[in-house]
Design a protein. Sequence first.
Lengths: 150, 150, 409, 409
Amino acid sequence: MTSLDELYREVILDHYRNPRRRGSLSGPHVHAEGQNPSCGDEFFLDLAVEDGVITDLAISGQGCSISQASGSMMADNIVGKRISDVREITRKFKIMMSIEDGDNPVDPERPGSVLGDLESLQGVRKFPVRIKCADLAWTTLEDALDQTTE
Amino acid sequence: MTSLDELYREVILDHYRNPRRRGSLSGPHVHAEGQNPSCGDEFFLDLAVEDGVITDLAISGQGCSISQASGSMMADNIVGKRISDVREITRKFKIMMSIEDGDNPVDPERPGSVLGDLESLQGVRKFPVRIKCADLAWTTLEDALDQTTE
Amino acid sequence: MIDLSHLRGDFPLLEREINGYPLTYLDSASTTQKPVQVIDAVDTYYRTINANVHRGAYTLAAEATDAYESSRAKVADFIGASHANEVVFTRGTTTAINFIAYGWGLNNLGEGDKVLLTVMEHHANVVPWQIISRYTGCSLEYLSIDDGFEVDLTTLDDILDERVKVIAVSGMSNVTGALGPVTALVEAAKAVGAIVVVDAAQLVPHVPTDVSQLGADFVAFSAHKMLGPTGIGALWGKPDLLERMEPTEGGGEMISDVQLYESRWAPVPHKFEAGTPPIAQAVGFGAAVDYLSKVGMADVRDHEQAITRYALDRLADIPDLTVYGPPDVERRGGAVSFQLADIHAHDIATILDQYGIAVRAGHHCAKPLMRHLDVPATARASFYVYNTTEDVDTLYDGLIEARTVFGLT
Amino acid sequence: MIDLSHLRGDFPLLEREINGYPLTYLDSASTTQKPVQVIDAVDTYYRTINANVHRGAYTLAAEATDAYESSRAKVADFIGASHANEVVFTRGTTTAINFIAYGWGLNNLGEGDKVLLTVMEHHANVVPWQIISRYTGCSLEYLSIDDGFEVDLTTLDDILDERVKVIAVSGMSNVTGALGPVTALVEAAKAVGAIVVVDAAQLVPHVPTDVSQLGADFVAFSAHKMLGPTGIGALWGKPDLLERMEPTEGGGEMISDVQLYESRWAPVPHKFEAGTPPIAQAVGFGAAVDYLSKVGMADVRDHEQAITRYALDRLADIPDLTVYGPPDVERRGGAVSFQLADIHAHDIATILDQYGIAVRAGHHCAKPLMRHLDVPATARASFYVYNTTEDVDTLYDGLIEARTVFGLT
Ligand SMILES: Cc1ncc(COP(=O)(O)O)c(C=O)c1O
Ligand SMILES: Cc1ncc(COP(=O)(O)O)c(C=O)c1O
């Protein structure tokens, strides 16, 4: 597979074209905004949390396939989970993407077993300037989580 | 003679150390100021004119040997002369110094016969950055002359 | 089409390989590559002349001053200025426009006054005026863009009145390539006594420009967009306006006297050049305009028009590709912005980069225009003297490949 | 004395002949010569990496951005900053101080407020404050110079009160070589809540400087005075102050969003770097601090102290020669200003130049200090890493010759 094919895997294009949980929340929620000034990507997040569990979320904004797919996969992955677990997923994601240091948590023998569809984003690592695209949703998420615990 | 000896002829050092007509005028006169921002030289001129004749002048300010000697020699050369003659001297001086275009008016056979002591300033031509030092007094003089005819 | 392909050998960087492919450099609207003549001029300056300017009675300093000032004369000549002193060296277009906004604006604008801009302006010609409007209370007005991607002059009469003190317009959009309506705005400005500022960052490098004919009061441009070094640009101004304008930066070399509580300024242009100027860069700038003059700006323009026409034709063959810009190459330059199907510009740039093709993706420092066009970002290919129709063909192939990567057939 | 003579071979310009003599370059306080390592870094950048920074999704642009940002990290490291983002690239010291005067001053100073300067400041640290005082109504106060050519702190208590909002002081005078009383003024500023701006144009190149220890709020310096290219310098600031300070220049790259009537700024440091920055120059700046780090700033300082001591000793042997500056090399750097008998500084420079010796003559952009010293101009010899005691001997011989030319024996 060429690096381009690895970067633009079908599952990524699918999330880009059919992003999950687009929109906004009307009930009680926190709101966070992330921006990537160098390329203009925007990522807006509404997050509803009850008793330490993410009960709902909605995404808006726009950007490249990587930033949008990363956000869409993130949404799939965190709704219904406890904040502490979500923080752990975030950590694992950032390590997988070499954004944070650590041993890659992904099990190459069992693709998808650790971070689900998100593992398909590993191809981005070969494109250092695009890593911040993949990261945008997660930085915004961290911002939102910080607000819930304030 | 080395270029340095030509530049710093004795007559120049004499005018530098014993400048003629220093001071200021109390009677009716025009005043002009010249400055050379790059080296800080200053040349201030009081000029008294009656019926188109320069009847008196006084010089103040400070600067390098070339600018001060040039001014001192100028003073010697123009008092008592008609403005039209002084303009002609100015023109000849500037041509001699290659500040203006033209055939050098100085007669090498008879040194001093055309511009007097001023001819000793020809050595400055080999030092292009110093030509504006020699010129300062004359530019200030032109400014003063322009005021008398306004 | 004028053949400039012999120039390519002058540009060492064009020999680079990127991701296993020869570089196809299509981002000259952002910054151009440099010919050896410019690179060597800078190098030689540092090796043989380097000294500070204007302040030295010694030989080296005189040589450095000569080199610096003769570059000023070359740049002045290049744009048809009547005198070298009409050219102020700045850090670039951005600094030049800020110098006008502060030096002229802070001292001449106030509550009720208006600055008229266009929606297609680069941030460099928007943000300085916003800052000055905050300090002075003046307000900003905008001319919009019509469906042909050109500045819409139909609302001009409604906006124009004596309160308009500045009209600031781009000579050529770095996004759409559209030429700005400088002549019309100069006329309009005359009627109300406004000054006209031309952001010529894309104009001077690409279109023969004669400031003595243009009618504008200030013209700003950058060396790095016309084969010259980074770190330098120029502000041309009408002599009487430069005379009256206040300096923005204070410091050494821009004064004739400094007392403890007040100072007097040096004559134009030095009063606008506080501190040690970008000397080596000025020398490189001089070498760049020498180079362009030798090629001939009429030929540069011809070449770019031909290549832009070729590019517009080829891009028209690609399904789902939209070009944002005028179709007529007489009314535009060689910055070609486009969107391909639902592929985000950033993804296009990444895919093309895999084939060694360098295009820009994003808002191109023109967010108001992007909002107006209702696109978050575009991809942009832009051309200069060293580009060829083969470069366009390579771009075409890369875009077809991008369709494939995104599963479009 | 530390032997740095092996470095001379790195500086191509030092091989020049001037008027038939080998060049003796004694004007480093004005601008320094460049080692091949710096010249080549700039050259290589243009030949292999050149692209605009921050805006590109393609390989070259990423490489250019890396090169630019890694130079920022090097410069930050060189001055002991805790984070690269505390360093803003500017055109030089002058622009850096203007950025503070406008960005902080226009927004924080007003009628009744005071800016405290010293009489030994370079125009770069005087004129910007005069301009801002005109716009804001704040006033300027000065500390004088004592008989030992150092800043006179005895009047500090009288001047100091809560209305003093800024204390701006030179880290080292470019005329007398005297070190500025930064530590004392930092203490004084703390007492009244003022910010401290250090003009470090002569400090950072010559004395090991650790901004994390210095206590100042802003530190400004220029690359060209520390072996780097012209056209670039740096402003270091305390993070929270940079955070709160307004940008001076508006334009591309310094925004996070631009709407028609208002904008939001990018994070520090980018909000202070409007437009295309001096990219190649930043790369050269990085190479310069690499070079100085390799030599070691402690050794640079040692070397200069030794050579200055030697120079002061030799000059003391010349009849009728007056040195304007502290005698103790612990309290000064290597800029040695002097007057010889009644020979005007400009004449001294011309005579020395005939022997290939480059010294500066004039007011050194420090007119207030010249007035205080009651001299219209001085000649100045200044030293850097490549100078040797032989250079001082050559200077000595040249000055004896100057006496002869002027008929003094
Ligand atoms: C003490 C001092 N401050 C400021 C400056 C100005 O530096 P630049 O001309 O590089 O802006 C200089 C150099 O001329 C200097 O010596
Ligand atoms: C139209 C236009 N104006 C202004 C600028 C700013 O030029 P610089 O970044 O060289 O200051 C640019 C380039 O980015 C431009 O294309």
